[in-house]
Design a binder for this molecule. Structure first.
Ligand code: NAD
Length: 729
């Protein structure tokens, strides 16, 4: 089956239907483009054809470009990429001009895009080249240009067309943030032209084609008097937009995302020249971005590998393990969040706490959340009313009967958890899987309280549960394959991304986050200016500095972890100075954001108001201060060396999961593609040099792990050695 098929009816309306065989969603490939071009050419030349409807044979229009192809385009170097992009511009421009006389702008054939559902990336760039965009009124559909979220920008004319259609200011959220809209919002924003009842989609498109006049086909930018909405960069109104946009983008991205800067340049420079020249400029900047190692690493981690994990790459061959009835024990912050996301996915939930009041409180949490879900598109409005209705709040363990999966999220105390495990085991049927949401305790130890350790597993959510996309699944030594499959099926049901790691204290994510926070605090005690620490982290692409992060997660949690680590590891834990800072802060009630006092000062409304001035008195800053790069290296290597050790120790069995997990789990510099991608970008040899220098100045925690030294000695990289199949990105 070809990707596109063309049929023409008795009235001369041709329908070009996109329906890629064997895929649930249309994605554009090189072959798809070639066929589209040929069929458009055929229809434009055919005198029997009056106009064309471009639509989809699937419930959605398109999920975008096949990013594997983008990754492969790089094989041709700069010239190869540029030429390939210009060929795409040529195809879309032919659609836009539709055979019209270039001088009189008359005689073209109308081409309308009829979108039954989602239209993303090239799935919107293509319609933007058509003469009208009509979408079915489908609230589940997502329309937009999400390229920036995987480290590139719309490079098939989407950038140039959207800016000329809406103006730079109005186009900014769609281009710079990759904002997606449902059809009605897309219409209100001017992204599309019309929304109609789903049943009327094709008939309305047909009517439009038959009624279209020459003038309906001409894009404003192809007419003589075109003025860009909001003004070009040298227009008095445009100046404000462009100057503001540069500052805003730099403020948000800290200059570490090459795609954001390149996009802005393409928009600015493109606005000063005629349309076709603007397309060439867009193609040049797109080429520039594709050649930056950051974009390849981002595509690899945030798109290719993330999607593979979501589609079940880790799943053992087991019959369907979908969860219909979920038990959650502990209706606190995490338990309530887990109950909510499960109920939002249509799963029946039993939420248990020690008192009815606490259980009800957890259920009530769900009532306040759906609006966020609706805004983000994870909960449809018709689901909203049902979400709390699917949660039964109770203290009665008998209600767990019939559960396929029970997740405990009670206090982080091995004794309490053991008691809960035994009690749940007695209340459920023998095939139920029991999971713990512990953030630090080894699964093997907790499994001892279970009669069926092969049915015991770790399912570690991140806070806030409804917003954090990663779920870390921890396989204990005794955990069986069915438990793994059920955990993975559950994560898939709730629409999150799983990684699967082996058991060890702190698993993977927390193992890497804690050294980051500790390094930040250690620098404070060593006289590094706190503002330098925080800014260095952000300038390296971390979403939060280490001091802000510990304020957010709470300082008493830090104290608890420090105490538990000390109890378990004794002298092996070398964070005494750091622990003392946490203890001192906790003793004074500076517990972080929740206490409106921590490393930062807060106002009465809970807003951060700069670093706590007293810090400078407690920990006098030294003179001179270390340079920015040194501080950044300490903060980044504290994390990435732990990731390498997790791989060496076998906690992590796959670097791809390590990279995806780091970005989604704790926001590790997304521009880099994750810790392993980052080490590959700087190169193992350079990384070892930096480690040696840091270890000499700051201690053995920075010593290069053997694996890194070996890669350096052999001139190898993580992705070449451990994941050759996806190195193309
Ligand atoms: P929390 O204190 O907000 O909630 C714990 C809840 O468990 C309370 O409502 C408590 O009444 C209930 N509970 C205690 N003993 C119980 C019992 N025997 N039976 C039924 N309910 C009982 O704690 P939290 O922050 O939601 O954390 C829960 C678990 O999740 C912990 O293991 C924690 O380490 C883990 N975790 C927390 C985070 C986080 O950021 N807070 C992140 C990941 C994992």
């Amino acid at each position: 089956m070809p990707d596109f098929t063309l049929t023409t009816d008795a009235d001369g309306v041709a329908t070009l239907t996109w329906d890629v065989a064997g895929k649930s969603m249309n994605v554009m490939s090189a072959e798809g483009f070639a066929l589209l071009d040929a069929l458009i050419g055929q229809a434009l030349c055919d005198p029997a054809v009056k106009g064309i409807i471009l639509t989809s044979g699937k419930k959605d229009f398109s999920g975008g470009m096949d990013l594997n192809i983008i990754a492969r385009m790089k094989d041709g170097g700069a010239r190869g990429i540029f030429d390939a992009v210009m060929r795409i511009h040529g195809i879309l421009r032919r659609i836009e001009r539709a055979g019209m006389d270039p001088r009189t702008l008359k005689g073209g054939k109308p081409i309308v895009a009829a979108l039954p559902g989602s239209a993303l990336g090239i799935g919107l760039e293509l319609p933007l080249a058509c003469h009208r965009i009509i979408a079915a009124d489908n609230p589940k559909a997502r329309i937009g240009l999400p390229e920036i979220t995987v480290g590139i920008f719309p490079g098939a004319g989407g950038t140039t067309r959207l800016v000329r259609r809406l103006g730079a200011l109005a186009a900014a959220p769609f281009l710079l943030e990759g904002r997606l809209s449902d059809p009605r919002a897309a219409l209100a924003a001017g992204l599309i032209d019309e929304v109609v009842a789903p049943k009327a989609l094709l008939s309305r498109a047909r009517d439009w084609v038959l009624a279209a006049t020459d003038a309906d086909l001409v894009k404003p930018w192809d007419t003589g008097g075109y003025r860009m909405p909001g003004g070009t960069p040298y227009h008095p109104a445009g100046v404000m937009t462009f100057v503001g946009a540069s500052a805003m983008v730099l403020g948000k991205t800290m200059g570490v995302y090459p795609a954001a800067k390149a996009l802005l340049s393409a928009v600015y420079e493109g606005a000063l020249v005629p349309f076709d020249t603007a397309l060439r400029i867009e193609a040049r900047w797109f080429t520039n971005v594709l050649l930056n190692p950051s974009s390849g690493a981002m595509i690899r981690s945030l798109f290719i590998n993330r999607q593979a994990l979501e589609k079940g790459a880790l799943r053992p061959a087991q019959p369907d393990q979908a969860v219909r009835r979920l038990g959650v024990i502990g209706a606190g912050m995490m338990g309530a969040g887990i109950a909510h996301v499960a109920a939002a996915a249509g799963i029946t939930v039993v939420l248990i706490d020690t008192t009815q009041e606490a259980a009800e409180r957890g259920r009530a949490h769900s009532q306040n959340l759906p609006d966020t879900g609706i805004r983000r598109g994870t909960v449809t409005p018709d689901h909203k009313a049902d979400v709390p209705g699917r949660i039964t709040a109770t203290t009665d363990h008998a209600a767990l009967s019939g559960c396929d999966l029970v997740i405990e999220a009670v206090f982080e105390d091995p004794g309490v958890k053991a008691e809960v495990t035994a009690r749940v085991g007695a209340a459920v049927s023998p095939d139920c899987i029991l999971a713990t949401n512990t953030s630090t305790l080894p699964i093997g130890g907790l499994a001892q309280a279970s009669q069926l350790p092969e049915q015991f597993i770790g399912i570690h959510f991140f806070s806030p549960v409804d917003r954090m996309m990663l779920v870390e699944i921890i396989r204990g030594k005794a955990t069986g394959e069915r438990a793994v499959a059920r955990a993975l099926d559950f994560v898939r049901q709730i629409g999150k991304t799983p990684i699967l790691v082996n058991d060890a204290r702190f698993f993977y994510a927390n193992r890497c986050i804690i050294p980051y926070i500790n390094e930040g605090i250690r620098m404070v005690t060593g006289g590094v200016r706190p503002a330098l620490i925080e800014n260095a982290a952000k300038l390296a692409g971390m979403p939060l500095g280490p001091l802000q992060l510990v304020d957010e997660t709470s300082i008493d949690l830090g104290v608890k972890i420090a105490r538990a680590t000390r109890a378990a590891m004794g002298d092996a834990c070398a964070d005494g100075a750091v622990d003392q800072v946490l203890l001192d802060m906790a003793d004074e009630g500076r517990l972080g954001r929740k206490a409106q006092a921590g490393f930062y000062a807060y106002d009465a409304a809970g807003r951060r108001r700069g670093l706590w001035p007293e810090l400078a008195t407690r920990y006098p800053v030294t003179d001179p201060q270390p340079d920015l790069t040194e501080v950044q290296h300490r903060l980044l290597f504290a994390q990435v060396l732990e990731a390498v050790r997790a791989l060496q120790d076998g906690v992590l069995t796959d670097i791809r999961q390590g990279d995806v997990g780091a970005i989604l789990g704790w926001g590790f510099a997304p521009w880099s593609g994750g810790p392993f991608s980052w080490l590959d970008i700087i190169g193992a040899a350079r990384a070892v040099e930096i480690c040696d220098a840091l270890a000499a100045r700051h201690g053995p925690r920075f010593a290069a792990p053997d694996l890194l030294r070996d890669l350096a000695a052999t001139g190898d990289s993580f992705y070449r050695r451990f994941a050759p199949a996806v190195d193309a990105a």
